[in-house]
Structures are given as C-alpha cells and as structure tokens.
Design a protein. Structure first.
Lengths: 165, 155
C-alpha cells in the first residue's frame, strides 16, 4: 500500500477535474465521464482503483473545524526518545482527539521536538486537558513538550496540480 | 482569510457532515443513496452540501488525494516572522500556489504552512523562493513517519 504509482494521463485529468470537488449533480460520475470523453464505467473504475491503492484516501467532505465548533486547534509537539518513537506514535495516533500524528525531524537548537500530534477541541481548556492525557501516556519517554495554538487561518486551499498547465 | 464564527447548523446538517466524512459511494446516483440512508431526498442533500460549501462550513467535497502516492510531496514548514512584518510576509508566502494551508500560531515560529507540490523537486524550489522573497529562514519539517491520520471530526 505504500508504493508510489505515478498517475497516467487519464488519472491526471481525473485528478484535475475533481480536485476542486465532486460535481453536485445527481449523476456526478456521468458528468465527469462526459468532460473526459470516457465512459462512466471507466471513471468509476479509475476512482475505485485509486481508493484501493491509497492514492485517494477517501471521497468525502472536509469540514471547516471552526465552523463545526472546534474553535481550539493545538499543534502539540513532543521531544521523545527516538528509540521508542514508533511505539509512542502509534499510541498517540490512536487517540480520538488526535487528527494527525507524525514523526518529523528536529531542528536543533531552535526546535527539539520530533513527534507532532494535532489536537482539536471545542475550547482551549479541552485541548489542554487532552495534552495532559498525552503527557501521561508518554511518561518519562518524553523530555519536554509544547502546544502551539492557531490564532488565524491565513490560507486554506489544499493542493492544486496543473498550475503549470 | 479570516476565521469564521461557528456556524448555526441544524441536526440534518450535522448528520450530513458526519456521513460525508465516511466513504462516499461510487455508484451511478451516489447522492440518492446517501440521502436515503439519512432519511432525506437527493435534492435536499445536494442543496445542503452546496449551501455548506458556500458558507465555508465545508472547505471541500470530493476525492482527497494522497499526493505522495502520486509522486508529489507535502512538507510542513515554519517561519519566525517579526510582528511588524507579519501581514507583508503572509502576502508573500500565500502568493505561492505551492502553499496549500497557512496558519498563524502562538510561538517564536509563528507562521506554519504546508507546501504541496506535484514533484519532489518543487519543495526545494518553493522553499528557496520563500527565503528569497522574505529574507527569513524556512524551517522544513518533512514527515519521517505517519502514525495515523483520520481527519474526521464529529459535527
């Protein structure tokens, strides 16, 4: 599932046709098929194949966190022992209030943290309580941590391919 | 882009948001199928998705591509922006199409953005361009390991 499969020309055209969104019409795959000059069966088969290979995570909606009430968004960052990061990351990633969890490189001396976990909540107190839960789970394997609350969305467009034509 | 206030959503809106964060069917009439499972009509479902997209309750609706498996790259990066230059630097950074998301955060590293490019080389070029345009050092934090990603949040 971790293999990279470069998109062929039709996949690429399908990505460009849907990256702004799936058409909001009763038969969206038929409409895409018309746009791409292929049959709806081909469109559905390509999308299914990309889902199965993990090239599409899922087809669905991305809610604006703020608009659905998650007004507090904290990027929690942890300096944990590299020898245990795989086990610790799995544990933290499974928590239902953590939406993303990654190992990233440190940038010493400015940035000592190697584990990033995004925590969302309805207010800061809730997020901070979740941070305490993570700290308790990490225990002595964590040397220090911080939480960076977001105070403004400056841009949110998602990836766009095909900018170069 | 300003932060919207929490929207007023009714129970059906919330059920739609929760349902649409799962797998959307790849069938001829997918909206009809989802509408039936929610006890509403296809017309109502389409109208509500449209309205929530326009109100920016939903930032998008469609396939979420895992660009790294398509040959592209996503990299989280940060800048320490002097306060008096914040809006100018925001404008310069956001001007790059490679900048997919950008957030202000409370820290010495106060601007955090995601660079998304169709090829691995694009990241390096975008990083150099931001450093040249702003005179600030870009801290890049490419992911080394992904533990779990489920961006679903219950509405």
């Amino acid at each position: 599932m971790n293999t990279t499969v470069l998109p062929d020309e039709l996949d690429r055209r399908l990505i460009i046709a849907t990256q702004a969104g799936l058409p909001l019409v009763p038969r969206p795959y038929d409409l895409l098929a018309d746009q791409l000059g292929v049959s709806a069966e081909v469109v559905k088969a390509r999308l299914t194949a990309m889902l199965e290979s993990g090239r599409i995570r899922r087809i669905g909606a991305v809610p604006n966190h703020y608009a659905i009430g998650y007004t507090a968004n904290g990027m929690s960052v942890w300096d944990v022992d590299d020898a245990h990061i795989a086990r610790l990351g799995e544990t933290i990633g499974k928590l239902d209030f953590v939406t993303h969890c990654y190992e990233r490189p440190r940038a010493l001396p400015d940035w000592p943290y190697n584990l990033f976990a995004m925590v969302h909540g309805h207010d800061r107190a809730t997020v901070l309580a979740h941070i305490d839960e993570i700290a308790a789970l990490l225990g002595p394997d964590c040397r220090r941590h911080d939480v960076l609350f977001s105070t403004a969305i400056l841009k949110k467009t998602g990836l766009r391919i095909g900018n170069d034509g | 882009m300003s932060r919207p206030a929490p929207a007023s959503l009714d129970a059906l809106d919330r059920r739609i948001i929760n349902a649409l964060q799962g797998g959307f069917p790849i069938v001829d009439e997918p909206y009809r199928e989802v509408a039936a499972s929610l006890g509403t009509t296809e017309t109502e479902l389409l109208a509500r998705i449209q309205r929530m997209l326009e109100a920016r309750v939903l930032t998008r609706f469609g396939p979420m591509f895992q660009i790294e498996r398509l040959g592209g790259r996503f990299v989280l990066a940060a800048l320490a922006v002097p306060e008096e230059r914040f809006s100018d630097v925001t404008e310069r950074v956001n001007a790059l199409p490679e900048v997919a998301h950008n957030y202000r955060r409370e820290h010495a590293l106060n601007m955090w953005f995601v660079l998304a490019t169709e090829t691995p080389d694009g990241i390096e070029a975008a990083t150099r361009r931001i450093e040249a345009d702003t005179g600030l050092k870009v801290f890049a934090f490419p992911k080394l390991q992904e533990f779990f990603v489920d961006m679903r949040l219950k509405a």
